[in-house]
Design a protein around this ligand. Structure first.
Ligand SMILES: [Mg+2]
Length: 156
């Protein structure tokens, strides 16, 4: 559990981190060593799920030995599927990270939505729906590993 009280934003008590793969965790679906290291660290406090359309067929190569769950979408209405997954976990206890149009609704509905621009860019609705926008996935994951950074960004 990741807990922090953010003035003006409220108490965050997150149990889940739901992440897009392509363009979010890695370029063409391949996370770098720094991402994997951060996910390993975050698995101590959050339940981690990668929710992906698996455009590049790379999801099977993700390391799962530290409890990373991988959920594949079925074709069609992907944004709604991602949002429904977040709702199913409990949106109030879920942080979402994504970059694409199919992440836009889950970024809005999650307690904290983090939009990553990265090397593949981010869609405009995702940017507008997010609570925080970062330009690199390392920085997005570091907000959760060092929650005072998140507090400093979100406090009003
Ligand atoms: Mg993406």
């Amino acid at each position: 559990m990741l807990t922090i009280d953010i003035p003006g934003f409220g108490e965050l008590a997150a149990e889940n981190l739901v992440m897009d793969l392509n363009g979010t965790l890695g370029l063409e679906g391949v996370p770098d060593a720094g991402v994997v290291r951060r996910l390993r660290d975050l698995s101590q406090t959050l339940t981690l799920t990668v929710l992906t359309s698996d455009t590049h067929g790379r999801a099977r190569d993700l390391p799962t030995d530290f409890g990373l769950c991988i959920e594949r979408l079925t074709p069609g209405r992907e944004a709604e599927q991602k949002a429904a997954f977040v709702r199913g976990l409990g949106a109030a206890a879920t942080i979402a990270i994504g970059n694409g149009a199919n992440d836009a609704i889950m970024l809005r509905e999650a307690r904290v939505g983090i939009c990553v621009i990265g090397d593949e860019g981010a869609c405009a609705p995702g940017l507008l729906n997010a609570d925080v926008v970062v330009h690199h996935i390392h920085h997005g994951l570091d907000l959760l590993l060092k929650p005072k950074r998140l507090l400093a960004t979100l406090r009003r």
